[in-house]
Design a protein around this ligand. Structure first.
Ligand SMILES: Cc1ncc(COP(=O)(O)O)c(C=O)c1O
Length: 392
């Protein structure tokens, strides 16, 4: 069979491939600690599960309007308006099966071949995959280490933006580096977006998993709501990855076009899932707060533990649930070290290069695992690294 040529340009998420290798080792009886997976290890809150079950039992088993049921679009509009300081109406919201389809639909709706897209590298791999698939020009933006924090290289972003730039992708807090854009970063980025009429996709899926700071959306800056699509969802905040529930918040005319694409692709998002989403947003929020507190405790353990291991140094992530240690002093490549840790230490982590070329020299460690398992993993990593000579 001859596939379409563009299939050669489609990327993927290596997390699933590493998970498959880790599971194969488990099938051979190995005790693997999973730090490769990007999903909360907590259960979906009970009240949300109950709402989903009630929905099914009361017959919510039919199609819904493509853009989502009114009560959910209204709850999302209210929640986003309050949290992000913008005015969102239900007509600005398109509900999708997870946040991921918003990336796909938005890029299909906006990009022609040759349009340039600025996106974070290291970044969520699907950004680059979609940009390449659609034949758009890739403009990856890297990061810098400032003290014990990562910052996006906003100078380079500002330099590279221009009349050819159609779309700018932001992800704050970031997967994989946990970095949060500062107020100054957001102002400078909004300036260039307005100057060159660039549309922004602000992936804010981790905006509630934030330590010691307030979240600020670029959409709240003057003139930005009309040129921004916020991507957000339930997977991370409410530990609902398997329910597949996310959404985009965007100008109404674009929402109509994104919904047309959704009609072609999915028809709608599962009905009982949407009703569970209404409960998630309007019910008690204690479980979110407890989860974030526990993630903060684990972040402190992991960052501190990694910094004590010779050959590693780790910046402090301000959000999400990933650490991104610098491994350059080990003298090993990222992929080789990730493989060594999987096969020798039975700790599954991802190579920084799974998130783009700028991830060379780093690993991504997800701390969505229990405190005890993280302690064991740190011991195993330390012992494995003690067996290889470290560059000084
Ligand atoms: C940065 C980022 N954006 C979006 C998503 C998509 O999440 P979902 O489709 O489960 O809502 C993820 C999931 O890992 C992510 O890390």
């Amino acid at each position: 069979m001859k596939l379409a040529e563009r299939m050669d340009r489609l990327g993927t998420e290596t997390a699933f491939e590493v998970l498959a290798r880790a599971r194969a080792l488990e099938a051979q009886g190995k005790d693997i600690i999973h730090l490769e997976i990007g999903e909360p290890d907590f259960d979906t809150p009970r009240n949300v599960i109950d709402a989903g079950v009630r929905a099914l039992q009361s017959g919510a088993t039919h199609y819904t309007p493509t853009a989502g049921i009114e009560p959910l679009r209204a709850a999302i509009a209210e929640d986003q308006s309050r949290r992000k300081g913008i005015q969102v109406m239900p007509s600005n919201v398109v509900v999708t099966p997870g946040g991921k389809p918003i990336m796909f639909f938005l890029m299909l709706a906006l990009l022609d071949e040759g349009d340039e897209v600025i996106y974070p590298d290291p970044g969520f791999p699907i950004y680059e995959s979609m940009v390449s698939y659609l034949g758009a020009g890739r403009v990856p933006i890297g990061f810098i280490e400032v003290g014990d924090r990562f910052r996006w290289d906003v100078d380079s972003l500002v330099d590279q933006a221009g009349p050819r730039t159609k779309l700018l992708i932001l992800n704050s807090p970031s997967n994989p580096i946990g970095c949060v854009l500062t107020d100054d970063d957001i102002e400078r980025i909004a300036d260039v977006a307005r100057r060159y009429e660039i549309f922004v996709m602000a992936d804010e899926i981790y905006s509630r998993i934030l330590y010691d700071r307030e979240f600020k959306s670029i959409a709240a800056l003057p003139g930005m709501a009309e040129r921004t699509c916020i991507l957000d969802g339930f997977s991370k905040t409410y530990a609902m990855t398997g329910w597949r529930l996310g959404y985009g918040v965007m100008p109404e005319d674009l929402a109509t076009q994104v919904a047309r694409l959704a009609t072609n692709a999915t028809s709608c998002t599962a009905t009982f899932t949407q009703l569970a989403g209404v409960e998630a947003l309007t019910g008690p929020q204690d479980s979110v707060e407890e989860m974030v507190q526990e993630f903060r405790r684990r972040r402190d353990l992991v960052v501190d533990g990694l910094n004590r291991i010779e050959g590693l140094s780790c910046a402090v992530p301000d959000g999400a649930f990933y650490a991104f240690p610098n491994i350059q002093a080990t003298g090993m490549g990222s992929r080789a070290l990730a493989d060594l840790l999987l096969y020798e230490a039975n700790v599954a982590v991802l190579s920084g290069t799974s998130f783009g070329a700028n991830g060379e020299g780093y690993l991504r460690i997800s701390y969505a695992n229990s405190y005890e398992n993280l302690e064991r993993a740190l011991d195993r990593i330390k012992n494995a690294l003690a067996r290889i000579p470290v560059n000084s």
